[in-house]
Design a protein around this ligand. Structure first.
Ligand code: ADP
Length: 162
């Protein structure tokens, strides 16, 4: 069984504060504070800016969709902050905190979520989060090529068990 699927008390996920939220310090601070308030362990974090080709590679599954070009341009339009976060059920917790992809839906059905609170449009929706254990592994490697997920689960995660 791959490291992505091992049952652990702490799970890793990849979270990103997108360029729209990074452009406004109060939006960045609000999202970062929610990470802290929800007691995520920040395993790594870095600021980076993509070129269009990075954006295309990351979102290749959306190639051909009507919003793809807009998404590629937006995600390479300014700095982002990427985090490797650890928490019990980190993937599901961060996805729940982000809220629905589409901002109008988020505002109506989940105004307390990050996207419901701060999202600007369906594309400029503040944050990204991995949606499965496999995508967390893949996306962590994309943003943090030097980070060894398997090694973290083997060596670091046991140190946080009760
Ligand atoms: P999520 O980010 O919630 O996992 P998806 O993987 O479906 O959502 O989409 C990736 C990103 O593409 C979204 O976060 C958003 O920025 C953009 N996007 C998705 N659907 C739309 C849409 N219908 N219109 C505009 N942008 C969209």
């Amino acid at each position: 069984m791959s490291a992505c699927r091992w049952a652990r008390s702490l799970q890793l996920t990849l979270a990103v504060i997108k360029p729209d939220a990074m452009a406004h310090p109060i939006m960045f601070d609000t999202v970062h504070q929610r990470i802290l308030d929800n007691k995520f362990l920040i395993v790594r974090n870095r600021e980076l800016q993509w070129r269009a080709k990075d954006s295309q590679r990351f979102y290749h599954e959306h190639a051909g969709r009507f919003f793809y070009q807009r998404l590629v341009e937006f995600m390479s339009s300014g700095p982002m902050r990427a985090y490797i976060l650890a928490h019990e059920d980190a993937i599901q917790l961060w996805r729940k905190m982000m809220g629905p992809t589409k901002v109008f839906r988020a505002r109506i059905t989940a105004p307390e979520t990050i996207r419901g609170h701060l999202g600007l449009t369906d594309t400029r929706n503040t944050t990204h989060g991995s949606d499965s254990a496999e995508s967390a592994c893949r996306e962590i490697s994309f943003f943090f090529p030097d980070f060894d997920v398997s090694r973290w689960y083997e060596e670091q995660e046991p140190l946080y068990r009760a």
